[in-house]
Design a protein around this ligand. Structure first.
Ligand code: ATP
Ligand code: ZN
Length: 724
C-alpha cells in the first residue's frame, strides 16, 4: 500500500492523501473520490506510511500510464502554487488542456491505416489495367502501408471500397506514431534580409547561448526589426532540431504574424489562443509534446505547452498587460517564462520597444543580457512627437482646432490619420480648464478621482473624500472639466467634421466576432478608410504604412491616475502608437493633446523618448520604494454587502500587523462596485520579497479561518499590475 499526495482541483491550498496498491509517478492523473464527487487529480508525491490512515480513501482509477506533466511541468507547477499561494489542484489544472482536465486520454487515438492483403501482395497491379486508379492505389500500397487520411487525399472512397471488396487491401488500426522533428524535412532556409549591425550583434548573442539558460532583453524601437532578430535566432534553433515557443499579447496574434513565420520557414506553425476548440488545443499539446512541432505561437496560457526538444522561448511585447492573468491563478506568463527557461536550460528572449520597468531593471542590473536596436529598419525614420496645448482652446468632440487643422492637412495629402482615445477605464481627474490645476489629496499628493454617483472626490490612496468643488481651488475660475471622451462620441463628431473621409472605429466592441479585426486591418492597409479611431487595440504591433499622423486625444487622465503604474503604461502606449506612423517611406508625426504641456513626464517622453523616460521612472520608483524595488501583494474582497468585505479586510489587516510589512488600506477598489458587489483591497508591501511571502504563507490559514472568509469573495494577487 502506498499513500499518494494528489493535487485535486478544489480551491484549497493543500494536496490530499489517497491510498493505492502501487507507486505512481508524479504527473500521472488519477480519478479520486472527493466528497460526493469524483474529480481528476494529479499525483504530486507519495509516502510509505502516514500518521492517520482511518479516513483515507482509495484512488478510483489511474488515468495515465506515463505522466501528463513531465518533470519540468511539475516543478513549474510547484513553483506556481508556492509563489502565487494558490491551490495546487487548480494550478495543475490550469497547466493542462481542458480535455485532459476532464480525464480524457492524453495519447492520440489509434489511427486507421490501409495495407495490402496477402492476396493483394501477390497480385500484379497490371492486372487492374482497366481500372487505372485502382491499379495506382494498389501499386502504392504494395510499397508500404499508409494512413487512411493520407490515402484518401489521393484516391476516392469508391476506389478504396472497390479494392477492399476484391480482397486486395484491408484497413487496420495502428497506434499513433509520432514524427519527432518532422519539420526538418520541409524547413526552408530561404533568403532573408541581411541584418544591420545591431541586429547581427543581437542574433549572434542569442545563438551563442543555445543550450543554456540565458535571459535577454531585446530593447528595440518600434519598426527596428525585432521580429527579424527572432526569425534568425529561430532559424538556428529549428535547424538544430529544437523547438521554439513564442508568446504574444492577446490582440497581437493576427494571421499576419503567423504567416510571417510560416512563409519564412515553410513549416507548420501551431497557433494557440482563447478562441480555438478544446480538441485543437489538445492536438497541439500532443504534437508539441511529441516533438512534432517546430514553432508554437500563442497567448498567455501557451506558456504551459510541453516541448520534447525545448530550444528557445520568446516573449514578444513583453510589457503587455495581457500576460498577467487577472483572475483565478493570477500568474504572469512572462515571469513564468523566466522560470521555465531556467528549468529547461534554454535562452529566453524578452522583446519590446517599451520594456516593462521590471524587465528593464533586470537588464540594467545585468541579470538579463541587454540587446539594443536603436534605429528603424529599412530606412524608415522615427515618428516626430509633439505636445498640443489645449488650455483655453475650444474643444470639439475632444479635439482642439489645431488638431483638426493637422488632420485636414494630412487627409488632403491622401494619407491616413489615427485618432486614439484612451478608454482604459481609469477614473478621470478633475481639471481646471483655465489653468490646468488638478484637485489633489493633501495627504498623498495624488489627484482625487471624480465619483459621479456620490458627487464626491475621493483619494484612492488613503480613501479620504470631499465634495466636488464648484470652482478651481487655485485660480478661482469656474470651469472645471473631467478628462475623457469615448470612441463612439468621437466617431459621431468626426463624421460631422470630416464628412468626406471614410472612417473606421476599432475598439473591443467593434472588433467582436471572428476575423473582424483582420478584415478591418486589411481594409485600412488597402486605404479604404482615411480616419482610424480606436483604443489601445490600434497600438499593438500593426503595420500601417499609410498612417502619417497619430493624434492622442487626452493623456491628462493617465498623468493623475491613482495607479502608480499609470505613467509607465501611458509612456508605453504613446510610444507604441507613435510606432504605428511613418513605418514606410512617408515620415510620420504624432500630436498629444494635453492641459499640462509642462508636465515633466510628457516633456521627457516627447523630447527624449521611452528609453530615457523609463530609466528616469525607475529612479523614481526606487526613491518611492515601489516595484520593482519592493514586492507587493493585493488582497481583494468583494461582497454584495459592502460592510462584510470591509470587515473581512480589517480583520485580515489585524492578522498581518507584522514587522517589515507595510500595509495600505483597506480601501475601496478603483472600481468600487462591479456586478452588484462592493470591492475593497488591502495592499501589502515589503522591500524583502522573501519576508513578504513567508509572512503571507503563515497568515493565509488564519485569514481563511476568519468567520467572514466564507461569506465574501476574496483573493490574493501576487505582484499585482492592475489595481482596479
Ligand atoms: N535587416 C533588414 N533589412 C531590411 N528590412 C528589414 C530588416 N529588418 C527588418 N526589416 C523590415 O522592417 C520592417 C520592420 O521590422 P519588424 O516588423 O521586424 O520590426 P519590429 O521591431 O518587430 O516592429 P514593431 O515592434 O514596431 O512591431 C519589416 O517590414 C521588416 O521586414
Ligand atoms: Zn490621500
Amino acid at each position: 500500500m502506498v499513500y499518494l499526495d494528489v493535487a485535486v482541483p478544489v480551491p484549497l491550498r493543500q494536496t490530499f492523501t489517497y491510498t493505492h496498491n502501487e507507486a505512481l509517478s508524479p504527473g500521472v492523473r488519477v480519478s479520486v473520490p472527493f466528497g460526493k464527487r469524483h474529480l481528476v487529480g494529479v499525483v504530486v508525491g507519495q509516502h510509505n506510511s502516514v500518521e492517520q490512515t482511518a479516513r483515507l480513501k482509495a484512488v478510483d482509477k489511474v488515468l495515465d500510464t506515463t505522466p501528463v506533466l513531465d518533470d519540468v511541468s511539475m516543478s513549474l507547477g510547484r513553483w506556481l502554487w508556492q509563489y502565487y499561494h494558490h491551490a495546487p489542484g487548480e494550478v495543475l489544472h490550469t497547466a493542462l488542456p481542458v480535455k485532459l482536465r476532464k480525464g480524457e486520454p492524453a495519447e492520440p487515438p489509434p489511427q486507421n491505416w490501409y495495407r495490402v492483403s496477402a492476396n493483394g501482395a501477390q497480385t500484379d497491379a497490371g492486372e487492374l489495367a482497366r481500372a487505372p486508379r485502382q491499379q495506382a492505389c494498389l501499386a502504392h500500397l504494395q510499397e508500404a502501408p499508409l494512413p487512411a487520411g493520407e490515402l484518401k487525399q489521393r484516391y476516392s472512397p469508391a476506389i478504396l471500397k472497390a479494392l477492399d471488396e476484391r480482397g486486395l487491401i484491408e484497413a487496420f488500426e495502428q497506434a499513433y506514431q509520432p514524427k519527432p522533428r518532422v519539420w526538418l524535412q520541409t524547413l526552408k532556409l530561404s533568403e532573408k534580409p541581411r541584418p544591420d549591425p545591431q541586429q547581427a550583434v543581437a542574433i549572434a548573442a542569442i545563438n551563442q547561448r543555445a543550450g543554456e539558460f540565458a535571459p535577454f532583453l531585446l530593447e528595440g524601437v518600434t519598426g527596428s526589426g525585432k521580429t527579424e532578430v527572432y526569425l534568425q535566432a529561430i532559424e538556428t534553433t529549428l535547424s538544430a532540431g529544437r523547438q521554439v515557443l513564442i508568446l504574444v499579447p492577446e490582440i497581437g496574434l493576427t494571421p499576419q504574424t503567423v504567416s510571417r513565420f510560416e512563409q519564412r520557414f515553410g513549416i507548420e506553425v501551431a497557433v494557440l489562443h482563447s478562441q480555438i476548440t478544446d480538441t485543437a488545443r489538445l492536438t497541439i499539446w500532443q504534437q508539441a509534446r511529441a516533438g512534432e512541432l517546430g514553432i508554437i505561437i500563442g497567448t498567455r496560457s501557451a506558456i504551459f505547452t510541453p516541448l520534447k526538444f525545448p530550444g528557445m522561448l520568446i516573449v514578444d511585447e513583453e510589457h503587455d498587460e495581457s500576460f498577467k492573468q487577472q483572475d483565478g491563478l493570477r500568474y504572469h506568463a512572462r515571469d513564468l517564462a523566466v522560470m521555465r527557461a531556467r528549468k529547461e536550460n534554454i535562452p529566453l528572449v524578452l522583446g519590446s520597444a517599451t520594456p516593462s520597468l521590471e524587465t528593464l531593471n533586470n537588464a540594467l542590473s545585468k541579470r538579463y543580457q541587454h540587446l539594443h536596436l536603436t534605429q528603424r529598419a529599412a530606412g524608415a525614420v522615427a515618428t516626430m512627437q509633439h505636445l498640443l496645448d489645449v488650455r483655453d482652446q475650444p474643444i470639439r468632440f475632444g479635439l482642439a482646432e489645431g488638431t483638426l487643422a493637422l488632420m485636414r492637412q494630412h487627409l488632403s495629402q491622401g494619407n491616413q490619420v489615427l485618432v486614439f482615445v484612451n478608454r482604459r477605464g481609469y477614473a478621470p481627474a478633475l481639471l481646471c480648464h483655465h489653468c490646468g490645476h488638478t484637485e489633489t489629496c493633501q495627504r498623498c499628493e495624488r489627484p482625487y478621482t471624480v465619483h459621479r454617483t456620490h458627487q464626491r472626490l475621493q483619494c484612492h490612496h488613503c480613501a479620504s473624500t470631499r465634495p466636488v468643488p464648484s470652482k478651481c481651488q487655485s485660480c478661482g475660475a469656474g470651469e472645471l472639466v473631467t478628462a475623457g471622451v469615448g470612441t463612439e462620441q468621437l466617431e459621431q463628431g468626426l463624421s460631422q467634421l470630416f464628412p468626406d473621409a471614410a472612417q473606421v472605429r476599432i475598439d473591443s466592441d467593434s472588433v467582436r466576432g471572428k476575423d473582424k479585426l483582420q478584415t478591418m486591418l486589411n481594409k485600412i492597409n488597402h486605404q479604404q478608410y482615411q480616419l482610424l479611431i480606436g483604443t489601445q487595440i490600434l497600438s499593438k504591433g500593426h503595420h500601417f504604412p499609410h498612417v502619417t499622423l497619430v493624434v492622442v486625444l487626452d493623456c491628462d487622465g493617465a498623468l493623475f491616475s491613482a495607479d502608480f503604474r499609470a505613467p509607465e503604461k501611458l509612456a508605453q502606449l504613446v510610444t507604441q502608437l507613435a510606432g504605428r506612423a511613418g513605418r514606410a517611406s512617408k515620415p510620420g508625426e504624432m500630436w498629444l493633446q494635453t492641459h499640462n504641456p509642462g508636465h515633466p513626464l510628457l516633456q521627457d517622453l516627447v523630447n527624449n523618448g521611452y528609453a530615457h523616460f523609463a530609466r528616469h521612472a525607475l529612479l523614481e520608483r526606487k526613491m518611492a520604494q515601489l516595484p520593482p524595488f519592493c514586492a507587493q501583494v493585493v488582497i481583494r474582497a468583494e461582497a454584495i454587502e459592502g460592510d462584510l468585505a470591509w470587515r473581512f479586510l480589517n480583520q485580515t489587516q489585524a492578522i498581518l500587523q507584522i514587522d517589515g510589512l507595510q500595509l495600505i488600506g483597506p480601501m475601496p477598489g478603483l472600481i468600487e462596485k462591479r456586478q452588484g458587489r462592493f470591492r475593497f483591497m488591502l495592499v501589502l508591501q515589503s522591500p524583502q520579497r522573501q519576508h513578504l511571502h513567508q509572512q503571507l504563507r503563515l497568515a493565509l490559514p488564519h485569514i481563511s479561518a476568519l468567520p467572514d472568509a466564507a461569506r465574501v469573495r476574496w483573493s490574493c494577487d501576487i505582484d499585482p499590475t492592475d489595481f482596479s
